[in-house]
Ligand binder design. Sequence first.
Ligand SMILES: *[C@@H]1O[C@H](CO)[C@@H](O)[C@H](O)[C@H]1NC(C)=O
Ligand SMILES: *[C@@H]1O[C@H](CO)[C@@H](O)[C@H](O)[C@H]1NC(C)=O
Ligand SMILES: *[C@@H]1O[C@H](CO)[C@@H](O)[C@H](O)[C@H]1NC(C)=O
Ligand SMILES: *[C@@H]1O[C@H](CO)[C@@H](O)[C@H](O)[C@H]1NC(C)=O
Ligand SMILES: [Zn+2]
Length: 521
Amino acid sequence: MAGLKAIALNGLIALSGVSALTVQKPLSHTEQESQSPITLVGKKPLVDSESLQDAISGKNLLARAKHLFKIAKLSQDTYSRPTRVIGSPGHAGTINYIKKHLEALDHYYTFDLQPFEAVSGTIHEFRLILDRNYSSSASAMGLTPPTKDKEPVSGDLVLIENIGCEAKDFPKSVKGNIAFIKRGGCPFGQKSAHAGKAGAVAAVVYNYEDSPVQGTLGTPVPDHVATFGISGEEAQPYLKKLKNGEKVDATAYIDSEVQIIITNNIIAQTKGGDPDNCVMLGGHSDSVGEGPGINDDGSGSLSVLEVAIHLTNYTVNNCVRFAWWSAEEEGLLGSDHYVNVLSPEENKKIRMFMDYDMLASPNFAYQVYDARDSSNPAGSEALRDLYIDWYTSHGLNYTLIPFDGRSDYDGFIRHGIPAGGIATGAEGIKTKSEAIAFGGEDGVPYDVCYHSLCDNVQNVNLTAWELNTKLVAHSVATYAASLKGFPVRTLKNDISLIAHPQVQADSYDKKAKYHGHKLYI
Ligand SMILES: *[C@@H]1O[C@H](CO)[C@@H](O)[C@H](O)[C@H]1NC(C)=O
Ligand SMILES: *[C@@H]1O[C@H](CO)[C@@H](O)[C@H](O)[C@H]1NC(C)=O
Ligand SMILES: *[C@@H]1O[C@H](CO)[C@@H](O)[C@H](O)[C@H]1NC(C)=O
Ligand SMILES: *[C@@H]1O[C@H](CO)[C@@H](O)[C@H](O)[C@H]1NC(C)=O
Ligand SMILES: [Zn+2]
């Protein structure tokens, strides 16, 4: 986790990414509290949850989804499929679509594009042969470099001591050979860099569980070497041989590329409301390269846009800041960048971040991130309970899901900002009891088209989407009107969090095995 600490420290000294936003001086709290919809004639009323929710309609959302699919089709010529992956015409179109709406609302919002460099990896082809057998569970790690000259390399499979998190775990014999490393304890990228530094021509990380490892190396560093993940089950016979002192030969081949793409976050902030106390929410504007990403995360990003549009009919007491993150699918790069460059003063103004990623899965469950104050910044639990209370008061079931780093809340939590959110499920399989609680089919993924070509307009459940968008509206209206009782941010806490991450962030660190949709540890 050394890399993450370094990022956190950079965030402390870097300038704010939103300092360019001009915000009007807010009315004082007493002035605002004397406002009410009844006494104001010709003025906008203070936002209230019920009316903001009433403004949300599934019909509008569906129309936006259809439009977004058309935008994804702009990539057809260059990508031979509809996609909104970063760098594609479909993603540029998505950014323009959001921007166009915000431009029309510039009486109410200031907004900015926040450019940053995103690394984007493409795996063209890979193969791993162990003991003359093609590995069936092998996958090439995200952002892996290719093997030398994009050609197969061969050597002995060399078992690495311990878990390969330290240079001294790598014996001299790994030079010119292929490192065989157990998963766990530190990010895959760290293991790969140690292997590369020790002269290995490739590395294979085997799981400590039976299942395969779909991982990413994270931000490329020069020492990274072509790296695979394989299942614990498949590793067993080779481990046995190696531990018996027998030789296992291996051939590794990866043809991949890592590009740097300049892409943009979009950040919009209400001109009204206390700019020192901001309620922040967001979804991600990009999709994976495999498909148009209408549920992931067309749904969340369009819900956020729809709420931003309707909010303009109201005044707010606290500032509301909307984000459309880019490069989420490359490993949360946009949201990471955003929090990394916030000054401590700007960081402190964000009272919470609400993550809205995949709100309309076809075989949905109403999922609430189980964000608790014991392992996350104070306030995360109050936010979790706001969602729970809403589902409960509407007679609906909900399920708590791990808050483990899979979406854009991760950077906020790591920078001391309370966060939470809702989702409707990705590649996970709906259980029998969930099928009773939410309808739909058990034994089938929540989103059977997750990260694939068929994540199109037919891949959203409009009932779930409309309902969850009303909940997004409720979350915004509630906190935009009042943060009474919501834990206050103090700079002192943030600094102590960064200086002693083991004290407060430790349990989150331990639970967070993901960074985006891929495992990184
Ligand atoms: C390799 O494949 C052969 C044939 O399928 C099999 O008998 C053998 O056990 C495999 N080797 C290992 C180490 O799994
Ligand atoms: C704002 O409120 C008016 C009056 O109720 C309504 O006609 C209009 O559609 C609303 N606009 C938005 C963007 O919600
Ligand atoms: C909630 O789940 C229970 C089973 O746990 C089920 O009987 C009930 O119908 C569900 N409620 C709704 C609104 O689906
Ligand atoms: C969406 O989910 C609801 C509730 O489970 C179901 O009645 C409806 O048929 C679903 N709609 C679609 C388009 O799948
Ligand atoms: Zn997503």
